[in-house]
Design a protein around this ligand. Structure first.
Ligand code: DX5
Ligand code: ZN
Length: 216
């Protein structure tokens, strides 16, 4: 089963509510919330106020991607405000196992992300604690970047590992995904597809429907 996960980082914030409504009505099941702290990544995006505002009006699965150093500082609040899943970066956290345990304890799904330069082996020690592995297919920090082709091998590698030993774990990819490379990413084994620019630039409803059609 595949899940489309539009990233609101690329939305028109003047129209955020309207655009989230369109995405939801068009049938996307997840919404990706990119939280950036200006430390783990160079830019600052948004955080709790946006999450809680969207949560109050939307039933979408809120997939929070924490591009934040020491994410453990914010887990509780994120989940209290309505995050359904919280993904932390293995590179950004000194206490990965404890933080994943806390996310689960608080009732949310756990995700563990690896940046393009981080090997797949970095997630291995935590596989029993994760509901989802996020393979970044661009350097985290900005929307609208080109997909890094070498990352596709990592998707295949994670898919093999999941199929062999962790069949319930989802494989999310994030960055530079377009209608043009969607199929090869699905073939490589991705099942949660994050995409920002390819959804929110242009006709949002038509873009969601086309992605969903091609993911059937
Ligand atoms: C990048 C973010 C992505 C980003 C994807 O650091 O994690 O979620 O919004 O945007 P596109 O699809 O434009 O690459
Ligand atoms: Zn993201």
């Amino acid at each position: 089963m595949n899940y489309l996960c539009p990233s609101i980082l690329a939305a028109d914030f003047w129209e955020l509510g309207k655009q989230v409504e369109i995405v939801e009505k068009a049938g996307a099941p997840y919404l990706h919330i990119d939280v950036m702290d200006g430390m783990f990544v160079p830019s600052i995006s948004f955080g709790m106020p946006i999450l809680s505002c969207v949560r109050k009006r939307s039933a979408l699965f809120m997939d929070v991607h924490m591009m934040v150093e020491k994410p453990e500082r914010y887990i509780r609040e994120m989940i209290q405000l309505g995050a359904d899943g919280v993904t932390i970066h293995v590179e950004a956290c000194d206490c990965v196992s404890e933080t994943l345990a806390q996310i689960r304890e608080l009732g949310a799904k756990t995700g563990l992300a690896i940046s393009p330069e981080t090997p797949v082996s970095a997630v291995l020690p935590y596989m029993d604690q994760v509901d989802m592995v996020l393979v970044m297919t661009v350097r985290p920090g900005f929307g609208g970047q080109d997909y890094i082709a070498e990352c596709m091998d990592k998707i295949r590698e994670v898919r093999r590992m999941i199929n062999q030993s962790y069949p319930d774990v989802k494989l999310e990819i994030d960055g530079g995904v377009t209608l043009g490379n969607l199929e090869s990413n699905l073939d490589a084994g991705a099942d949660v597809i994050v995409t920002g620019s390819a959804i929110f630039k242009g006709d949002v409803e038509a873009n969601v429907r086309e992605f969903l059609r091609r993911m059937e």
